[in-house]
Design a protein around this ligand. Structure first.
Ligand code: DGY
Length: 418
């Protein structure tokens, strides 16, 4: 009898394209940044050399300035839009010019800590550490040049939560593209009701047009972008990654690195504290163009727990918020507060449950001394995958698997939880 365990391993193997994993066949035919970080941890549960290879191939796409792109186009495919012809970044391999939430240092440390082959893991880490450090320096230099403690996100794709209601207000200012022909492929693979709207894509691509015109220069992009947000998700994930990088610096770096990373941690922790929304009972993002908080509850608002940026009192309040959300749905954690009119249980990041987000939130509640809630989220995530399969995301109202099937990061999380 095939178990789901076997199926999860088989999914990773089926999505392997020779050292890197596509998130799923056809819908996402390249290597994605934060997907690969989770996928590396999934591989590590049964094939450590392959896990390290996932990271090595992701780093093959790293730029000289430290950027780790959202997408590495290792091999051509017509199944995805926008491909390298839209980005027009002439590198080998070609890449996108934006980034994604930086889970990588956390994943690399997880691989090292869980390694059965310690000498091999230490050799891999010694090679990877300078790339991670360079990447975290990129985040500050490119996205927080004034050292505010909050990095700026310039594209919804960079948040990983593309069409979250959190971005609706800020995206309302973004014009639609006038220079790029949109040739979406996603809606020929997946029911359009589960994907962003056509107008979202017109705006997503306008932003790419702006950055291409800025010749992918970080300062020019920051100055020209009509979208600038301090995403609570990205900032929490980066802060968490800085903690992991600091632990790695103690073994693979030097005291100068440690001091530098420690200073960033102090700035980020203080700055994330300013994103607390006492009335909503969780953290929210900030629109850096208007300067206003984005007062919409999303699953990203729980990620400061994972980032180690919360007080005990805030964690207690967030546990109440989470319990209240859960009384409105069957399967936690919905990506949007289910009490809001913008909650849509099928549409990508406007309501569905994502296993990777659940894994981070559960880890955060556990670290903040709420083990009951952590266990509930982990058990429900496992149960959801056991009921619905290795889907891209899930409808929180009925547990139905939606989006793409045979999804690498869902398989990875299952292997880590099981
Ligand atoms: C998409 O949906 O195409 C985004 O690039 C995912 O990150």
């Amino acid at each position: 009898m095939t178990t789901l365990h076997d199926a999860a391993r088989a999914t990773l193997r089926a999505n392997d394209r020779g050292g890197y994993s596509v998130p799923t066949a056809r819908l996402y035919p390249f290597q994605w940044n934060w997907d690969s970080a989770f996928v590396a941890m999934g591989w590590a549960t049964f094939d450590e050399p392959r896990a390290w290879q996932e990271i090595t191939l992701l780093l093959r796409g790293q730029w000289e300035d430290g950027l780790i792109p959202q997408i590495i186009f290792h091999a051509p495919s017509d199944d995805y839009f926008p491909g390298p012809d839209v980005w027009q970044i002439h590198r080998t391999p070609p890449t996108s010019g934006n980034t994604q939430p930086p889970v990588l240092a956390t994943a690399a440390r997880w691989l090292l800590d869980h390694a059965r082959d310690k000498p091999a893991a230490e050799a891999e880490m010694a090679a990877i550490y300078p790339h991670l450090l360079r990447n975290h320096r990129w985040w500050e230099a490119a996205r927080d040049p004034l050292h505010t403690g909050l990095v700026t996100t310039l594209h919804p794709w960079e948040t990983g939560m593309d069409n979250s209601p959190a971005w609706d207000g800020a995206m309302a200012r973004v014009p639609t593209t006038t220079s790029t022909v949109i040739r979406r492929r996603d809606t020929s693979h997946i029911d359009p009701a589960m994907r962003p709207h056509a107008e979202d894509y017109q705006k997503f691509i306008h932003l790419v047009d702006v950055f291409r015109d800025a010749e992918w220069n970080p300062a020019a992009m920051l100055a020209a972008s009509p979208l600038r947000v301090a995403d609570v998700g990205t900032n929490s994930i980066l802060l968490r990654a800085e903690h992991d990088l600091l632990a790695l610096a103690q073994r693979f770096g030097n005291p100068v690195d440690e001091a530098e990373i420690g200073a960033r941690i102090a700035r980020m922790r203080a700055a994330i504290a300013t994103l607390w929304d006492a009335e909503l009972g969780l953290f929210t993002s900030r629109d850096l163009i208007s300067g206003e908080p984005i007062r919409i509850g999303t699953s990203a608002g729980f990620l400061p727990l994972y980032g180690r940026a919360t007080t005990a009192a805030q964690a207690a309040i967030m546990s109440v918020t989470m319990t209240d959300w859960n009384s409105h749905i069957t399967w936690p954690v919905p990506s949007t507060d289910p009490r809001l009119p913008s909650f849509e249980p099928l549409r990508y990041w406007r309501g569905p449950v994502w296993a990777v987000v659940n894994w981070m939130i559960a880890e955060g509640f556990a670290a903040a001394s709420h083990p009951g809630l952590a266990t509930l989220i982990r058990d429900k995530t496992k149960g959801l995958i056991e009921t619905a399969g290795l889907s891209e995301y899930f409808d929180p109202t009925n547990g139905r698997g939606v989006g793409g099937a045979d999804f690498s990061w869902t398989a990875a999380i299952y292997l880590m939880l099981a």
